[in-house]
Design a protein around this ligand. Structure first.
Ligand code: PGA
Length: 251
């Protein structure tokens, strides 16, 4: 059956020293906790190798926040999936709305990134979600379905089974305005239906679908109690070990 997962997305926060400290703090807290979920921290590229050295990978997973859409070569400033994997990371966030919005990442580009992540044995945490206007005009189901179809539906069922999805309504990211647990459940159930139509019920039932967008210790338990919400992708609240652990223990 599908896993429950709480993943932190540090975004462009923390210096290397601050990041190592935060990773150590989370790792330390997990030693005495008995979480009912897998935990992953997704950190800036510059931090990956160092963080890998200070965490116990049996209790805390490590991921990047992005990777390149090319294998290797003359792409100054880019970081490939193979480079990410060589640090010890096992996960990579792909298709985050901030990447789509500020860096022009299209469905086509994301398809390449997903393929390269899988080819390097990284688990993609693939983000989808509508903007406020689409929530208000009622097109949000179509938008999310198109995002999934556009980047993931050429995968074999076996490869699709390696993907973790994160539904992140853009209007809820960093705004303090969380989707209600009913809104999250409604979309997660819809997403699972879209997957079932394409790959069958078993694949759909085994896919972890995380919720992201102003998830915090005070609302995590209600969100995670919903049958189709399998955890969270956590931004702001992942930047302190205490609040991150407050979400981890909400399961
Ligand atoms: P937030 O970010 O928790 O700060 O809203 C979530 C995300 O963007 O992954």
């Amino acid at each position: 059956m599908r896993k429950n997962i709480v993943a932190g997305n540090w975004k462009m926060n923390t210096t290397l020293q601050e990041g190592i400290k935060l990773a150590e703090d989370v790792n330390e807290a997990l030693k005495t906790a008995t979480p009912k979920c897998d935990i992953v921290i997704c950190v800036p590229f510059t931090h990956l190798a160092s963080v890998n050295n200070v965490i116990d990978k049996n209790i805390l997973g490590l991921g990047a926040e992005n990777c390149a859409d090319h294998v290797k070569g003359a792409y100054t400033g880019e970081v490939s999936a193979a480079m990410v994997a060589s640090t010890g990371a096992t996960h990579v966030i792909l298709g985050h709305s901030e990447r789509r919005q500020y860096y022009g990442e299209t469905a086509e580009i994301l398809k390449e990134k997903v393929n390269l992540a899988l080819a390097n044995n990284l688990t993609p945490i693939f983000c989808i979600g509508e903007v406020l206007e689409q929530r208000e005009d009622g097109s949000y189901f179509d938008v999310v379905k198109a995002q999934i179809e556009g980047s993931l539906f050429e995968l074999s069922a076996e490869d699709f089974g390696k993907i973790v999805l994160a539904y992140e309504p853009v209007w809820a990211i960093g705004t303090g305005k969380t989707a209600t647990d009913d809104q999250a459940e409604e979309m997660h159930a819809f997403i699972r239906g879209v997957i079932a139509d394409k790959y069958g019920k078993e694949v759909a039932d085994n896919t972890s679908i995380l919720y992201g967008g102003s998830c915090k210790p005070s609302n995590a338990a209600a969100l995670f109690a919903k049958p189709n919400v399998d955890g969270g992708l956590i931004g702001g609240a992942a930047l302190e070990a205490e609040s991150f652990m407050g979400i981890v223990t909400a399961f």
